[in-house]
Design a protein around this ligand. Sequence first.
Ligand SMILES: Cc1cc2nc3c(=O)[nH]c(=O)nc-3n(C[C@H](O)[C@H](O)[C@H](O)COP(=O)(O)O)c2cc1C
Length: 379
Amino acid sequence: MGAQLAVTFTGLRFENPFLLASAPPTESDSNIMRAFDAGWGGVVTKTIGLHPVVNVDGPKTKFLRSTPDSPLLSMKKRPGTALHSSWNWELISDKPLDWWIPKLGRIKAAYPNRILVASIMAGSGTDEELRNWQHLARACQDEGADALELNLSCPHMDRKDMGSNIGTDTEQISIVTHAVKEVARVPIWAKLTPSTTDIVIEARGAFLGGADAITSSNTFPSLPPIDPETLEFEMNVDGYVSSGGMGGPAILPMSMAKMAQMTQAFPDKAFSGIGGIADFSQALNYFLLGCGTVQVCTAAMLDHAIGSNVINQLISGMQQMMEARGWPTLEAFRGLRRDRVVTHSQIRRPAAKAYHGGYESEGYASTSPEPVKTADAQG
Ligand SMILES: Cc1cc2nc3c(=O)[nH]c(=O)nc-3n(C[C@H](O)[C@H](O)[C@H](O)COP(=O)(O)O)c2cc1C
């Protein structure tokens, strides 16, 4: 029998472990249904809030491209370039909950075996805002959403009580997650921001609040480059720009580092990996670090808006690789490289040379009396 891509993640059965992430590919019912037809095992809706939002007066997403044999990195369209990353300052869904509600029900009725995750977001810090989270959660699960993903990570919110602004506040993460857990009958995934010094702390807060899984990464806070000719940001409105988020190939290694920290700290917990996935080889990184599902955004945006080729390649590439290695299911290799990420001093040194992590005299902290500084050594 061939390799089986079906997985169970937070108690839900997925035909395959590949999901569209919360973003433009999942901004409407028609997109989501096209995505299911194309073969995605699940989707996370564009983040749903209670009120409509108004986006900037101009493009919401652009793509940074590099040029071979040149250091140029630019959003300008030109031939012969390779994708470096996406940059966006798009807010959550500009359609409010009322718009989404009947559509969620219709999607689920048409695709009962596919997994529909509703991404939701409200404020924090008051009972009223916590009730807003609960309202969103109840409304989405009543329409058949299989799970809820809490957006604790949108990088471009002015409000201090929302998105990535609370994604670094462990207490608020726990409080919000707990409030949703109180009313949820379905699993809760907490989507964390990578913009933090030690993501393990925030992950712990989410698990303490009752999260069933962590999703990571959202986009990395960043600015678009400045055009050396015009001296304008390559993306701006009236010359102004605000912090946005970077996704796509450039964030894969950074997102992996965040994921490795969490899967090592919580080896028995569930993780959904995102960041720079375009084919099975990138998805494999996250599975080898211990993730049970992965999600895709940038690559799908550039492929018929919903990634129809991307999902075909993910499925066929992963299946072929598993068959070639004799792995019957994803569990055969999930987490196989999690424990290969170690402290620097655990990495082998050249023969007969020891290193003690900078704690001994050869390192940064001298155990001998303070050496006398010569003129050359003074910095
Ligand atoms: C244009 C755009 C809009 C996005 N909107 C949301 C959103 O509403 N909610 C959310 O949780 N993440 C949102 N994201 C983040 C993606 O879900 C994903 O975490 C990020 O792009 C990294 O994945 P990638 O490298 O595959 O692009 C958005 C990303 C982009 C590019």
